[in-house]
Write a protein that binds this ligand. Structure first.
Ligand SMILES: O=C1C[C@@](O)(C(=O)O)C[C@@H](O)[C@@H]1O
Length: 263
């Protein structure tokens, strides 16, 4: 990690700087089985539009057993042509398909940290705190970055609550601060963007990854240059959440905004 004069750190994963310059683009691998997941990894490797892959382990239809998932992560990582890999188990309560008990969620993450070639791990901040802190320590001991995440698929928290959660993630030791919320009106999208901008301007020492989901929220996924968001999700094939745009289109729009903003 390098830091600027205000203490903002740039996270580097596999030589890719996150938190400086144009926002980085993440695409999710949502395959229901090994072959589909590996094919998606290959497609992500081949497009210049995507910087980072996220493997959504919760989308697997096969039993989520450590040996099986470790093998999957190895095969996916081998196809990514050097692009960094985030591994995510998204719980049902946060918009995913993982129904594992917390003990099994953390046991699987601990097993992956032992044996799988991942660059970052997505950990839901609202899980039991002692276990969250333990897995953060384990990840850091292995040189794996932690994305602490929080999702609200029904509403957008108030401006102050968004900032509080992102600050808490930072205090807990996150390397990336992530919050996704569902807007019910245009103002909710502006709330998410304004809270991100304030967090970036006043408090953030780590890269920010925030989004307002669904069709109403698409502007938030393109607004990192304005709000200070360092990363955004976009799709290669099937989106992994509502409102994700095609990665090629997002790459173009981010380039246009960057050229306009930097002359
Ligand atoms: O947390 C997120 C963000 C996301 O939900 C989105 O809205 O783009 C997509 C998920 O795959 C990812 O894990």
């Amino acid at each position: 990690m390098q830091a600027d004069s205000r203490g903002r750190q740039v996270l580097t994963l596999k030589g890719l700087d996150i938190g400086a310059g144009v926002p980085r683009i993440i695409a999710s691998i949502t395959g229901k089985g090994l072959t589909e997941a590996v094919d998606q990894a290959q497609a992500i490797a081949q497009t210049h539009a995507v910087d980072i892959a996220e493997l959504r382990v919760d989308c697997l239809r096969e039993p989520i057993e450590p040996m099986h998932v470790i093998d999957l992560v190895r095969r996916v990582a081998a196809r990514l042509a050097g692009k960094p890999l985030i591994v995510t188990l998204r719980s049902e309560g946060e918009g995913g398909e993982c129904t594992l008990a917390d003990a099994d969620y953390f046991a699987l993450y601990a097993a992956l940290l032992q044996d799988a070639p991942l660059d970052a791990l997505d950990v839901e901040m609202m899980k039991p705190q002692a276990q969250v802190m333990d897995i953060i320590a384990k990840a850091h001991a292995r040189g794996v970055a932690v994305v602490l995440s929080n999702h609200d698929f029904t509403a957008t928290p108030a401006h102050e609550v968004i900032i509080q959660r992102l600050r808490r993630q930072q205090a807990m030791g996150a390397d990336v601060l992530k919050l996704a919320a569902m807007p019910t009106c245009a103002k909710d999208v502006l709330t998410l963007m304004a809270a991100t901008q304030e967090m970036h301007a006043l408090y953030a020492e780590r890269p920010l990854l925030t989004m307002s989901m669904g069709p109403l929220g698409v502007t938030s996924r393109l607004a990192g240059q304005l709000t200070g968001g360092a990363l955004t999700y976009a799709s290669v094939g099937a989106p992994s959440a509502p409102g994700q745009l095609d990665a090629e289109a997002v790459r173009q729009v981010l380039g246009i905004i960057d050229r306009g903003a930097n002359g």
